[in-house]
Design a binder for this molecule. Structure first.
Ligand code: NAP
Length: 485
């Protein structure tokens, strides 16, 4: 931590009402690369979460009443500060989350890009006028902020998952309370410090850090002052939280788990497909919701593709994210490594073959060796659950119809990818894949101008793009009557 240029970015307490808040208890944040404690953070309670919601509620009317251009200026200032401190924020993120420094800095730029995008979009929230059915009436549609927004975010993108929600909420005129994952609170708190420096008013952006996710989640989903709840995390927890929101009929957005297929058709440019796959599979050590989970390769190119993939995997460098030229950092926890072990063991017991990797680098480390496994089928847990580790699992298929059927045979529907050069096949596959996002000859699809989100049990709602503000706005219709008199 001594390496941070700006030590004031290190905050160890929740932030609401524009103040850093102490707590009776605290918890440690550790570096997954070596187990070192990197900070001790005040552990907020449910009562604290209520106070944070109260702060957001108090600030709501003033924030909503400000001209969009004024909110936009503050968001732009926040974005600039994030970029000015990209190195420090990136380092902090690597230390608590483990991803390689270059990726961590990339995440800061990615998070900041949502602040920029929604600062611009804030100025373009247009209403409508609708031709009335009667000559003495006029019909007008206004868009207004929903009110206080509460959010819960995961550890795999400690900065960007917050930025993606907060940018849209604040741009729309909503105040915001977030509970980040307990494994990665420091990035969220550094964002609060920069929001404060940017001049974002007290109560508009609040962060509650806690080890008691259940209790904080109960407040954020059940408090009637919260108008909208936005969650990014696992499908199981998302379902529970959506149920909790039902009693107060909150607006809900869910960005949940995925099980992305990556289809390689026999007319694909195999080298391009390898590049796309390496980015989509191994980024963040395979711990992203849009990571390729199942690689489906057409029989005719199976051997050639597998050989190229094994060569590419052999070049990956595993190591501490702060070391030079590292491609893959540690997994987030012991449980994460155990889960990958279990999925691989079950697959090999059922006939799959591990070509490389397949275990931790050392028994007591969280570094998992990049793994290639073939002979997988869609019934295996390896193909039906999120692997969330650096495992490339290959299945084969015979024809296009089989590929689409296999790809859709999952309860998830977040991201899918396929490689082909045939224009007819490209349209058929793009339309046939039951997913919220499809990369066609492209392995990296996330950016602020596009609508990010899923279908089926991957959730609902969209983040980013011109659609991203809609989740944070109510539509109000005005009927002006008596105009003929
Ligand atoms: P998770 O266990 O669902 O946790 C996500 C967040 O929910 C964390 O802040 C966690 O807090 C909190 N939480 C856990 N149990 C809770 C409860 N009972 N009540 C209220 N909050 C609770 O998921 P994860 O393992 O951290 O993250 C990985 C998952 O996120 C994967 O499934 C991945 O696909 C998904 N994800 C989806 C997207 C997307 O955009 N669709 C993006 C990134 C990740 P604590 O950590 O403090 O326990």
């Amino acid at each position: 931590m001594g390496k941070l240029h700006d030590q004031a970015l290190l905050k160890y307490a929740s932030y609401w009402q524009g103040n850093w808040q102490s707590a009776a208890r605290s918890f440690n944040v550790t570096n997954p690369a070596n187990g070192e404690i990197i900070g001790t953070v005040a552990d907020a309670t449910a009562a604290d979460a209520k106070k944070a919601v109260a702060a957001a509620d108090t600030a709501q009317a003033d924030w909503a009443a400000r001209p969009a251009a004024e909110r936009a200026k503050l968001l732009m200032r926040w974005q600039q500060l994030m970029l000015e401190h990209q190195d420090d924020l990136g380092l902090l993120l690597t230390l608590e989350q483990g991803k390689p420094l270059a990726e961590a800095k990339g995440e800061i730029a990615y998070g900041a890009s949502y602040l920029e995008w929604f600062a611009e979009e804030a100025k373009r929230v247009y209403g409508d006028t609708i031709p009335a059915k009667s000559s003495d009436q006029r019909i007008i549609v206004l868009k207004q902020p929903v009110g206080v927004v509460a959010a819960i975010t995961p550890w795999n993108f400690p900065n960007a998952m917050i930025a993606r929600k907060a940018a849209a909420a604040l741009a729309a005129g909503c105040t915001f309370v977030v509970k980040p994952a307990q494994l990665t609170p420091l990035s969220a708190l550094a964002m609060a410090e920069l929001a404060d420096r940017a001049g974002i008013p007290a109560g508009v952006f609040n962060v509650v850090v806690s080890t008691d996710a259940k209790a904080i989640g109960k407040v954020l989903t059940e408090d009637p002052r919260v108008a909208k709840f936005s969650f990014t995390g696992s499908t199981n927890i998302g379902k529970q939280l959506a149920k909790q929101c039902a009693d107060t009929v909150k607006r809900v957005s869910l960005e949940l788990g995925g099980n992305a297929p990556f289809i390689v058709f026999d007319d694909a440019d195999l080298d391009a497909a390898i590049d796309g796959l390496m980015a989509s599979k191994f980024r963040n050590a395979g711990q992203t919701c849009v990571c390729t989970n199942r690689i489906l390769v057409q029989d005719r190119v199976l051997d050639a593709f597998t050989e190229k993939l094994q060569q590419a995997i052999g070049k990956l460098k595993l190591g501490n994210g702060t070391d030079d030229k590292v491609d893959i950092g540690p997994l987030i926890s012991d449980e994460a490594c155990d889960k990958v072990d279990e999925l691989l063991q079950q697959a090999t017991e059922n006939g799959a073959k591990v070509h490389c990797g397949g275990k931790r680098q050392a028994a007591d480390s969280l570094f998992y060796l990049p793994t290639l496994v073939t002979g997988v089928n869609n019934d295996m847990a390896l193909a039906q659950q999120e692997i969330f580790g650096p495992v490339a699992a290959i299945q084969s298929f015979n024809d296009e119809a089989e590929a689409i059927k296999l790809a859709n045979a999952t309860e998830f529907g977040l991201a899918a990818y396929f490689y082909s050069r045939d224009i007819g096949r490209i349209w058929r596959a793009a339309e046939g894949l039951h997913y919220g996002m499809v990369g066609v000859n492209e392995g990296m699809i996330s950016n602020p101008v596009a609508p990010f989100g899923g279908v089926k049990q991957s959730g609902y709602g969209r983040e980013g793009s011109k659609y991203g503000l809609a989740d944070y706005m109510d539509i109000k219709y005005l009927c002006l009557g008596g105009l003929d008199k």
